[in-house]
Design a protein around this ligand. Structure first.
Ligand code: 13P
Ligand code: SF4
Length: 324
């Protein structure tokens, strides 16, 4: 565990920060009977203090099975919302309510309702990276790890709308041979990777394998020897005999890759510009300090209208049944 927390002993707008944040968070965890669920894109300190780290599907499953009274979700809003949909009687906390998602934002409910109305008789399969309102309008939810498996289970003559990620949608089309009606949404992070820079890296590191998340554009995916969700990428790196990887997804995952395979080398795929825009600006809003404050203040909390929660629960349950 890093010890940046030891340097923190300062007054902030929200009050004093304890000297040892890790110990303070552990104490709050016991006091609240809380579980900390964290996505692989969280900063290393948060991953290290979490009780469970996973991809979207693993986190949804962990949220569905926890016995804790309080779920502290170190991830983005739609993930915490999914935990609340599955656990209406538990308190679900998110360290920063502004931790949104460009994909979820790319699919506003009014426009999506019109899109759905323009495609009658279509089944709606929505990527979990969407708001509770979009989930409530969907028939089945999927994540990047089960999207192909779920679409394959739908009868071939059933027309399908796939929302909101066009890149994952195209990938599923290619894998299943199905013709999907795509909503044109995308992720700001995964669309930032540069094909040219990945090719240059492959030339500079001829032994390295390029691996990618299916939210990347086709121009990037075609250079990858393996495509999968964050959990699948992690597993692949452990099992592959390669010693070097060019990783085309948010670089937060590299913390776990490095922990699980300390002798291997992981090179983050570079973005188009010389910026840090391969880091998810929403995921990175969560910090260890905010994790402490959200547990201390029991706020911000995820609250959902019951009618939306109930309607959103049905397609999530369908996903969980279809991805056993
Ligand atoms: P995973 O399904 O791999 O967790 O992806 C979530 C995500 O937000 C990717 O950008
Ligand atoms: Fe959303 Fe992209 Fe961030 Fe994932 S990486 S949470 S899809 S903005």
């Amino acid at each position: 565990m890093f010890t940046t927390a030891l340097a923190l002993n300062e007054k902030t707008e929200q009050g004093d920060l304890p000297l040892d944040l890790f110990a303070a968070i552990e104490n709050l965890k016991k006091e609240l009977n809380a579980v900390i669920l964290a996505h692989y894109y969280q900063e290393p300190d948060i991953q290290d203090i979490a009780d469970f780290i996973g991809d979207s599907l693993q986190l949804a499953k962990a949220a569905a099975h926890t016995n804790a009274d309080v779920i502290v979700f170190a991830g983005v809003h739609f993930m915490a919302e999914t935990a609340k949909i599955l656990n209406p009687d538990k308190m679900v906390l998110l360290p920063d309510l502004n931790a949104g998602c460009s994909l979820a934002d790319s699919c506003p409910k009014e426009a999506f309702a019109a899109f759905k109305a323009a495609h009658p008789n279509h089944l709606v399969v929505s990527y979990i990276n969407c708001s509770a309102e979009i989930k409530a309008m969907s028939d089945i939810i999927c994540t990047s790890s089960n999207a192909v498996k779920i679409v394959q289970q739908i009868p071939k003559d059933q027309p399908i709308i796939f929302a909101p990620d066009r890149n994952l949608g195209r990938y599923v089309m290619e894998k299943t041979g199905r013709d999907l009606v795509l909503w044109e949404g995308s992720c700001v992070v995964h669309e930032t990777f540069s094909e040219k820079k990945i090719v240059q890296l492959k030339i500079a590191h001829p032994e390295a394998e390029a691996i990618a998340h299916p939210e990347c554009e086709t121009s990037v995916l075609r250079h990858a020897s393996f495509i999968g969700s964050t959990a699948a990428l992690l597993k692949y790196c452990q099992q592959s005999s390669s010693q070097e990887f060019i990783v085309a997804t948010e670089p937060g995952i590299i913390h776990q890759m490095q922990k699980q395979a300390p002798d291997k080398r992981f090179i983050p795929a570079p973005p188009l510009n010389n910026c840090a825009c391969n880091e998810c600006p929403f995921m990175r809003l969560n910090t260890l300090e905010k994790l402490y404050y959200v547990m201390k203040n029991r706020s911000p909390e995820i609250i959902l209208p019951e009618n939306i929660r109930r309607a959103a629960l049905r397609p999530i349950q369908r996903m969980l049944e279809m991805s056993l």
